[in-house]
Design a protein around this ligand. Structure first.
Ligand SMILES: C[S@@+](CC[C@H](N)C(=O)[O-])C[C@H]1O[C@@H](n2cnc3c(N)ncnc32)[C@H](O)[C@@H]1O
Length: 191
């Protein structure tokens, strides 16, 4: 993450935006179930809200420094912090009731790797589970914000097809000031 992220992502303003404007809109439409996986938690703005909505929250973060800070913050809580890459998560199929990813997909450098995350989310969900996500839309400002950092925003019109190719059955894509989607693994798919 570049220094712009180091200022924004841990800020109270960012947490307030995610927790008031983004997460309720997504979670109100799904059953999160007892065990949720959050991928790419960063400093934990979403983690801090989601952990009150589920019995167990596992967070998978590729950056060991960010993960170590989160581990310290959530020691002894219902949050388990794991260092790992969401393109190849070391969990058996059907481990989680729900999965969330917030403002992280544009940090995944290629479309192929983003698709691997979609496929992994599908694999890791229990049948009937939901993958909920939000991400920034491409813009000149966002591009400049990501100077010397990965910048690969999802093309919103591609989201539906890419999630369907990963296996998701019922997919809702919302495009307003950001991209949001809810993608469900069919209840009958026990793979
Ligand atoms: C911009 S931050 C977003 C943090 C938080 N979700 C939020 O919305 O405030 C993106 C995070 O995703 C993490 N990340 C990027 N690629 C990842 C991957 N393949 N697996 C797990 N985490 C990843 C980054 O290390 C970073 O902490």
């Amino acid at each position: 993450m570049n220094s712009n992220h180091e200022k924004l992502c841990p800020s109270p303003e960012w947490a307030q935006y995610l927790q008031q404007d983004v997460l309720p809109a997504l979670t109100s439409q799904v059953e999160l179930g007892p065990h949720m996986l959050e991928i790419g938690p960063g400093p934990g703005a979403a983690t801090d809200w989601l952990r009150h909505k589920v019995s167990r929250l596992t967070v998978l973060e590729v950056d060991p420094v960010a993960a170590a800070k989160l581990s310290q913050t959530y020691q002894g809580s219902n949050v388990e912090v794991v260092v790992g890459d969401a393109t190849q998560a070391a969990y058996p199929a059907g481990t989680f009731d729900s999965i969330g990813s917030f403002t992280m997909l544009h940090h995944v450098p290629t479309q192929a790797l983003q698709n691997k995350i979609f496929a992994e989310a599908y694999r890791l969900l229990k049948p009937g589970g939901a993958f909920i996500a939000s991400d920034s839309l491409a813009s000149n400002d966002l591009h400049h914000f990501h100077v010397d950092d990965t910048y690969n925003p999802i093309e919103p019109s591609s989201a539906l097809t890419r999630l369907q190719v990963a296996g998701f059955g019922q997919v809702t894509v919302i495009v307003d000031d950001i991209l949001k989607f809810i993608a469900r693994k069919p209840a009958g798919d026990a793979s």
